[in-house]
Write a protein that binds this ligand. Structure first.
Ligand code: BDR
Ligand code: CA
Length: 310
């Protein structure tokens, strides 16, 4: 099998960084065409610099990083420095690569890449969906170049920004609605799944024991990450969200899910950004696969094995 063409849209962010490392460590499975960045966990200049830092760490500076939208479609930007640190990569001190990033904006690059793709491209989205929504609005024909979109976002249970909403959807609910309503083959990996994937001390030690710069950086990042969620959600250890998207593409057998009808709340004040999934019907057919379970031990074994290759 030839590697799957992949674009990762992200807002690094600690867990985005681990997701990027997992993808960068998997060249047999992924032909990583590019990384697009969006404002989310931290402002755009930082998410872009952080994506480039991670490529440099993985010795994959050949992967282009395109900066995208600096704010959500309608709302003002909400960031998450209390979780990811002021730099967005709390726990790692990585130099910024010296070469300038590509001048092209992420949205025209996405449109160009997806409308000229010789094989359909998989999109992994790890942040607010602003870039993909703008690309779909400007050029609906990009849908023909998309194989599937796998989203980290949403929650059927409690949210993590408000009782109702998960961060990526809450930050830009209007963009999420554009993407969900676009009729693309969509998989949603929400908090219900990612809260099953927790970084126990033993799993953290496995990463640290790799004894490599990547293993050290990953362990440093994860040592500080997600503590807030332990108290907030009564978890036994911090959850790891975004790498689930990459792990699902590598090993779908580690996850279960089912087709459902997905909608996004964009109007209510209490439930703004809520993802609502219901059993499909003739009137409202399934428009997304909603993942429900993850094999956390299998996930961390995969992550550790792959990061050991970098
Ligand atoms: C999501 O929000 C961000 O803070 C993380 O990077 C992840 O994408 C989890 O709700
Ligand atoms: Ca993210």
């Amino acid at each position: 099998m030839s590697p799957r063409p992949l674009i990762i849209d992200c807002d690094p962010g600690v867990d985005d960084a681990i997701a990027l490392l997992l993808a960068l460590a998997s060249p047999d499975e992924f032909d990583l065409l590019g990384i697009t960045t969006v404002a989310g966990n931290v402002p755009l200049a930082l998410t872009t610099a952080n994506a480039r830092r991670i490529c440099h760490l993985a010795q994959r500076s050949d992967v282009p990083v395109y900066a995208g939208c600096p704010r959500p479609l309608l709302r003002s930007l909400t960031t998450a420095e209390e979780i990811h640190g002021a730099s967005g990569l709390q726990g790692a001190n990585l130099p910024e690569p010296s070469l300038p990033p590509p001048a092209q904006h992420a949205v025209p690059w996405l449109i160009e890449r997806l409308t000229t793709a010789s094989a359909p491209v998989t999109l992994a989205t790890l942040g607010p969906l602003t870039n993909l929504a703008v690309a779909l609005i400007q050029c609906p024909a990009i849908a023909q170049g998309i194989d599937q979109v796998v989203i980290m976002g949403g929650a059927l249970g409690p949210g993590n920004v408000t009782p109702a909403a998960e961060f990526n959807i809450y930050v830009d609910p209007h963009a999420a609605k554009v993407v969900v309503d676009a009729g693309l083959p969509l998989t949603m990996i929400g908090l219900d799944v990612t809260h099953q994937v927790v970084t126990t001390p033993a799993r953290l030690a496995d990463l640290e024991n790799l004894g490599t710069p990547v293993g050290q950086a990953a362990a440093g990042l994860l040592r500080h990450y997600g503590q807030i969620d332990i108290d907030r959600h009564g978890l036994v250890a911090p959850p790891l969200h975004d790498p689930c998207v990459i792990a699902y593409l590598l090993r779908p057998d580690l996850f279960t899910g089912r087709p459902m009808q997905l909608t996004v709340e964009t109007e209510g004040s209490i439930c703004l950004g809520r993802t609502v999934a219901s059993a499909p019907s003739q009137a409202a057919p399934a428009n997304a696969t909603i993942l429900e379970t993850a094999d956390a031990a299998g996930f961390y074994a995969l992550l550790t094995e792959r990061l050991g290759k970098l």
